[in-house]
Design a protein around this ligand. Structure first.
Ligand code: B12
Length: 451
């Protein structure tokens, strides 16, 4: 049996290559390949960087779908299904909108694939695919063995992506992770992660633990960091702010090789944080105290901010950028609020009649960075333009030079050199994705309905 795994891109402008800035290995594809029985011949195509050979013969196609990549995924599915090849879709969007995804696939996997995938393969082998495969509780991650051989010959950034845990116990109203994982976290056995790192260490200068929140369980995270110390690696991850108030934790972070953490600050306005169910961000002295602690330990911060919550006005932007500059953030993201389907936020905006496009991810009028809802404190256009303005200001040469000079950002030679590279890339990216199409604009025809 031959299986073709596809990682779709967000979209493409006619005759142009996809934006190539942040191309990291597609871990969902490697995870799926690792779960596939060994007698199945696996091929993998990354739509972000190569053409998909639709005419190559195969028995089953597996596509990962996120909300932003849904339209493109359905185009790809249509191409294969026109050629009579059955398509299975899974991933976050498939878990959030199974009925929509089912219109374009023979089978949909809702939730995590660890226990379901061998059954899907067996059913496909025997020509008896079911429409839905649902995983309701959380499977163990103990046997997780991503098969990275599928990446051979592809030109990814030399960053090792590894999962140490999956899910987060917080319930932020905009986050799809809480919807899919029910605000729970599962973790992998430490010895398995260590073995995976050992095997990858030679050709990776930096590791990225892609956990939704590596500090969701502080006690287990500490134990994990202790095991990382002897490996002498450099790593980055995503964390909630509570970790920045725990001295033992911060010491372990540094000793284990942590170079930086992404923290979702989201908003400087406590009322906004309350609305998004993220008041814990203000704990123990709030952002300033947390950032001072992180700086003291030389942990760099990728701060992410969201604009468009109900208390935001056009004045919120400059105050936030000033804060990000004053705090010498290594990098920062200034994004508009996005209502992902299935989230409490989406339901609220829908109930309040504030969605400008019901299913923005499929709407012909929608493109990347367009505001899909009606904000309260400004017009959608002002929200979009001010997000762009915030990025421009934060990634101005003046701001880059100023932040690059901060002790926290230049304390490690490797990270200091990369500071300029990464900031220059972000500067270049400021408006690159603006009005980028969802789906391949040059794709012709109708999406083929599977129902
Ligand atoms: C790492 C990461 C990134 C990296 C990408 C790295 C890369 N390889 O290119 C970076 C930082 C660049 C990134 C960017 C973005 N990301 Co991101 N990212 C993640 C994160 C944290 C981990 C992804 C991962 O590798 N997980 C490990 C794999 C193994 O898990 P998995 O994808 O869930 O797969 C399992 C199942 O879903 C299922 N499955 C997945 N695919 C398939 C396919 C088939 C056929 C089957 C059967 C099963 C299946 O099986 C797997 C094993 O159980 C996820 C959160 C998460 N927990 O997944 C967010 C997440 C995927 N990202 C998200 C978003 C929104 C974005 C951005 C749009 C953010 C932004 N504003 O710019 C961008 C652009 C994304 C894009 N498509 O281009 C959202 C997507 C929400 C949604 N509704 O689609 C998520 C879920 C985070 C969130 N809090 O909501 N991201």
């Amino acid at each position: 049996m031959r299986l073709t795994i596809i990682h779709p891109c967000i979209g493409r402008k006619p005759g142009q290559k996809y934006i190539r800035t942040w191309q990291m290995e597609a871990l969902p594809a490697a995870t799926l390949a690792g779960l596939t029985p060994k007698d199945v011949e696996v091929r993998f195509y990354d739509d972000r960087m190569e053409m998909i050979p639709f005419d190559e013969s195969t028995d089953l196609v597996a596509i990962s779908v996120e909300t932003y990549t849904a339209k493109r995924a359905y185009q790809i599915a249509t191409e294969f299904r026109k050629r009579k090849v059955p398509v299975v879709m899974g991933g976050f969007h498939a878990s959030l909108c199974p009925d929509e995804v089912a219109q374009y696939a023979e089978a949909v996997v809702c939730g995590e694939a660890e226990l379901l995938w061998p059954r899907v393969i067996d059913d496909a082998r025997h020509g008896r695919l079911e429409k839905f495969y649902r995983q309701s509780d959380r499977p163990s991650l103990a046997e997780l063995k991503p098969d990275r051989s599928i990446f051979r010959g592809k030109n990814y950034l030399p960053i090792g992506l590894i999962e140490s845990g999956r899910g987060c116990h917080f319930k932020c109203d905009f986050c799809a992770v809480q919807t899919v994982f029910g605000a729970t976290q599962t973790r992998r056995p430490i010895d398995r992660i260590v073995a995976e790192i050992q095997a990858m260490k030679r050709d990776r200068k930096l590791f990225f633990f892609v956990d939704d929140n590596i500090t969701s369980n502080l006690a287990e995270a500490k134990e994990f960091f202790r095991a990382l110390i002897p490996l002498r690696i450099r790593w980055v991850s995503q964390s909630s702010i509570n970790a920045a108030h725990d001295e033992e934790f911060l010491e372990l972070l540094v000793r284990s090789g942590c170079q930086g953490v992404l923290i979702g600050f989201e908003s400087l306005n406590p009322e906004n944080l309350k609305d998004m169910n993220k008041s814990f961000n203000m704990m123990r002295g709030g952002f300033e105290k947390a950032l001072a602690n992180l700086r003291r330990h030389r942990i760099r911060v990728y701060g992410t901010f969201i604009f468009g919550y109900d208390r935001d006005t056009v004045d919120s932007f400059s105050a936030t950028v000033k804060f990000a500059r004053d705090q010498s953030l290594y990098i920062a993201a200034f994004n508009h609020l996005t209502p992902f389907p299935g989230t409490p936020l989406y339901t609220r905006l829908q109930r309040e009649g504030r969605l400008l496009y019901e299913r923005w991810w499929l709407d012909e009028r929608y493109s990347y960075n367009r505001i899909p809802f009606q904000p309260r404190g400004m017009e959608p256009e002002a929200l979009q333009q001010n997000c762009l303005g915030a990025r421009r200001e934060f990634y101005s040469w003046r701001s880059i030079a100023q932040r690059g000079f901060a002790p926290v950002n230049r304390s490690d030679w490797f990270m200091w050199r990369n500071f300029y590279l990464i900031n220059a890339l972000h500067r270049n990216d400021v408006s690159l994705r603006d009005h980028y199409p969802l789906g391949d604009e040059s794709w012709q025809g109708q999406l083929l309905n599977a129902n």
